[in-house]
Design a protein. Structure first.
Ligand code: SF4
Ligand code: SF4
Ligand code: SF4
Length: 251
């Protein structure tokens, strides 16, 4: 019997699910070994019996928590898809601002019509078995994760920094090209795609364990960035992780 798989989205742009559709077009053989029972972006059927749940998006509302817990109760394996689900992602940028002013900015005088609270990754609500990082996810990494799950292995992600991958590709470092990059503190696994194509890494795969934030801050300062510019760079994807490390809470 094929394992049943379901896809769910919370606050996100759905770009990671689109990448899944794209991956399935490149790897149609995956559809021979799994049965997708729920995938709103790609099909109308909606089965509630599944063993593997992929969750995209951040938890941004108290009512999301109940839905996320229900998925956890049903699924044997829960895997997050992309930076929004893995890190809180760009949704967590708003956590730096008082919640009331964010609500007012977005909804104006209708702010009380909509529930919301500080954005958080799925792992802040339930136990997550594996994470597929990135914004969006990497096609190869998704296909590999499915293969590993079918083999009864947990998909693993690199614990080392992007610079290692980047050096293996023999890229000239962005810092030597007059640009900046978060590669030294960012988890590898994307094949250093941004530096390879001439852009500095923005950290979408999340921080490595024990990142040296002071050291990257000094390096960015030496390249002429102001503290405000450095903070903006380091909080595009990493707000939730950084706030947690620094003990900052949302008001
Ligand atoms: S991680 Fe990026 S691509 Fe994926 S849902 Fe979030 S914003 Fe979209
Ligand atoms: S370009 Fe970025 S990822 Fe590559 S070596 Fe330099 S700092 Fe590291
Ligand atoms: S290089 Fe950095 S920003 Fe670009 S995809 Fe990889 S982790 Fe994300």
């Amino acid at each position: 019997m094929k394992p049943k798989v379901a896809f769910f989205e919370f606050t996100s742009c759905e770009g990671c699910q689109l990448t899944v559709v794209d991956t399935l077009q490149h790897h149609p053989e995956l559809l021979d070994v799994i049965e997708i029972v729920q995938f709103r972006e790609a099909m109308t059927e909606r089965g509630e019996d599944y063993q593997i749940a992929f969750i995209e998006g951040s938890c941004t509302r108290p009512s999301d928590e109940e839905k996320i817990r229900k998925i956890r109760t049903q699924a044997t394996y829960v895997v997050t898809l992309g930076a929004c689900a893995h890190l809180g992602g760009i949704n967590a940028i708003r956590n730096w601002q008082p919640l009331e002013s964010v609500r007012e900015y977005v909804y104006g005088d209708k702010k009380d019509w909509f529930e919301t609270y500080p954005a958080r990754p799925i792992s802040a609500v339930i136990k997550v078995d594996a994470e597929i990082p990135g914004c969006p996810i990497d096609r190869k990494e998704f296909a590999m994760a499915v293969t590993h799950l079918l083999q009864g292995r947990m998909p693993a992600i690199p614990e080392y920094p992007l610079c290692i991958e980047c050096k293996l590709k023999e890229n000239v470092c962005m810092f030597l090209r007059g640009k900046t990059c978060l590669g030294p503190i960012t988890r590898a696994g994307c094949d250093a795609i941004c530096p390879t194509y001439g852009d500095g890494c923005e950290g979408c795969r999340g921080l490595i364990p024990s990142p040296n934030l002071n050291s990257i801050r000094s390096a960015l300062r030496e390249r002429g960035m102001s503290d405000a510019e450095i903070d903006a760079k380091m909080t595009m994807f990493l707000s939730y992780q950084k706030m947690k490390m620094e003990g900052v809470t949302t008001t």
